[in-house]
Design a protein. Sequence first.
Length: 76
Amino acid sequence: MKLKLDENGHVVVSDGKPVYVHDDGKEIPFDAPAAIQKISGLNAEAKQHREAKEAAEAKLKAFDGIEDPAAALKAG
């Protein structure tokens, strides 16, 4: 992916955004503020998933050593 340049070698801008040319020739303006916002949102989502996973793993530790869950339920 390369910046689109005009005949003078200057970066082409569309609506204040630099235009990039993909390998397939498709031209797309890059919206940096939107990209940063999306990255921040994805990082927050990843943090929530990580914290939920860690909480589930902590609860699961109470069952360490149980090899046969069906037998454990019958014994309880």
